[in-house]
Design a protein around this ligand. Structure first.
Ligand code: ATP
Ligand code: MN
Length: 464
């Protein structure tokens, strides 16, 4: 029997003796003087290739096989045998090879030499064919699978919150507007746009977060999560910001901040454990090529407890630590990246959950503490990447929430439906947002967030 199997499958010693069909792309070809060739074949199922041995008995050996170059696509039929070579358990002895597509070696950009990540961003449609981007794609897939598994096992309901919205969750702007108004025509007439004529009869935007809508579902169904694309028009060209990114947002009725922190810690550890167990080969690659501490960091975190520290305690610590920061710390100001790095990389050397931030630097929906100065916010900070999760216990008291909106220049009337959740059967509840790309960045050690999403959207960048 001949079976179509993946390269990953064919690489396992259990496959020895099987008659198989493999389909993929040639990474390299080497010819031996003895009249046969070695092809390294990859189909994306694993980082490692399989070695295919093609002899001159193949009818297209001279005409085609000896012309195969990196990037060509083939179907190989043959038998999996034990490999005498080092570093691989198996190899495939081909009985036939069909060439589907050639890749002109004069022009195909992915030749043997290693390319910079900057260059690979200019060929984002081809970079999935490289070792690094294949490994990132597999780890990212594993992380998503693990996220869904975790929440499903914990009894969460997966809800889909809208991508187009008329409410601004952060109350901070930086949103992409969605419109069908004719901008060219508007510019010619010079008159201000009349949004009552727009598609949704009002200004509308791409969502910056599904939280507000998730709250509506949590306040009926208990524990829910949304997991989808999120958009921020922040014009920041950093290695940690994208204009389009994916966010996991659990929202739980009857959860207070401590339970929220427990959930975040359990979720992250579960993901790290799954990646270590399921992506061993890819993680070893990241450890060798990208970040020599990648594996050790994850293993250590899975076994440790996250440090929990109030914002005020963190400010005291940073003020007294004797480190020279570019931005001095002051109570009431947000932490800078250098402060986050000091806490996670130098002082505690592990993830840190900061909580109870000043009310003035956090959004209106975070629950006000009895001290009147701080809110029940929590940020999870990790080494290298900094903030990976932002969350809070939500303000469930109607009057306090309205007051906080006004304080931040928002009109409570615009949020009438959100306030209804407090008018009818309000409950303490909590949630957070975990940025998928920051998480994959942290796990893999990849330095730039643009290299952990298939087609990054950043200022000036949306060609592919
Ligand atoms: P930062 O201060 O790092 O810009 P934020 O406080 O604006 O982030 P939140 O609104 O708390 O971010 O969003 C929740 C999570 O979403 C963050 O902890 C982060 O993991 C992720 N995130 C936020 N903005 C971006 C972005 N522009 N690109 C990628 N991930 C992001
Ligand atoms: Mn945040």
């Amino acid at each position: 029997m001949v079976e179509k199997i993946s390269v990953a499958e064919a690489r396992k010693p259990e496959s020895i003796g099987r008659q198989v069909i493999l389909q993929g792309w040639v990474r390299t070809r080497r010819d031996s003087k003895a009249g046969f060739s070695f092809l390294e074949l990859n189909d994306g199922s694993s980082l490692g290739n399989i070695q295919v041995i093609a002899g001159q008995d193949l009818d297209n050996y001279q005409t085609e096989i000896k012309r195969l170059t990196a990037g060509s696509s083939v179907t190989v039929r043959g038998e999996v045998r034990q490999s005498p070579g080092r570093g691989q358990a198996t190899e495939v002895h081909a009985t036939s090879i069909t060439v589907h597509g050639w890749a002109d070696s004069e022009r195909y950009p992915l030749q043997k030499k290693r390319h910079s990540f900057e260059f690979l961003r200019t060929i984002a449609h081809l970079r999935p064919r490289t070792n690094t981007f294949g490994a990132v794609a597999r780890v990212r897939n594993c992380v998503c699978h693990s996220i869904h598994q975790f929440f499903q096992e914990e009894g969460f309901l997966y809800v889909h919150t809208p991508i187009i919205t008329a409410s601004d969750c952060e109350g901070a702007g930086e949103m992409f507007q969605v419109t069908t108004l004719d901008l060219g025509k508007l510019a010619q007439t010079g008159s201000p746009p009349d949004f009552s004529l727009d598609f949704f009869d009002r200004p509308s935007y791409l969502t910056v977060s599904g939280q507000l809508e998730a709250e509506a579902f949590a306040c009926a169904l208990g524990k829910v999560y949304t997991f989808g694309p999120t958009f921020r028009a922040e014009n920041s060209n950093t290695s940690r910001h994208l204009a389009e990114f994916w966010m996991v947002e659990p929202e739980m009725a009857f959860f207070e901040l401590d339970q929220n922190m427990d959930l975040a810690e359990r979720l992250l550890k579960r993901i790290f454990q799954d990646v270590l167990a399921r992506c061993g080969e890819d993680m070893k690659f990241f450890n060798q090529r990208i970040d020599p501490t990648a594996l050790e960091t994850l293993e250590q975190i899975v076994a440790s407890r996250f440090v929990r520290l109030s914002y005020t305690e963190a400010m005291d610590l940073l003020g007294r630590c004797g480190e020279r920061f570019e931005f001095p710390t002051r109570w009431g100001c947000d932490l800078q990246a250098e402060h986050e790095r000091y806490l996670t990389e130098k002082h505690f050397r592990c993830p840190v959950i900061l909580f109870d931030y000043p009310r003035s630097i956090k959004p209106f929906y975070m629950r006000l503490n009895d001290d009147g100065r701080t809110v029940r916010a929590m940020d999870v900070l990790v080494p290298k990447v900094g903030e990976i999760i932002g969350g809070s216990q939500r303000e469930e008291r109607l009057e306090v929430l309205e007051e906080r909106m006004r304080e931040q220049g928002l009109n409570p009337d615009d949020y009438w439906w959100y306030l209804d959740l407090r008018r009818y059967g309000t409950v303490p509840h909590s949630g957070f947002g975990l940025g998928l790309e920051r998480l994959v960045q942290f796990i893999t050690g990849m330095g730039n967030i643009r290299d952990v999403i298939p087609f990054p959207r950043t200022p000036g960048n949306a060609e592919f």
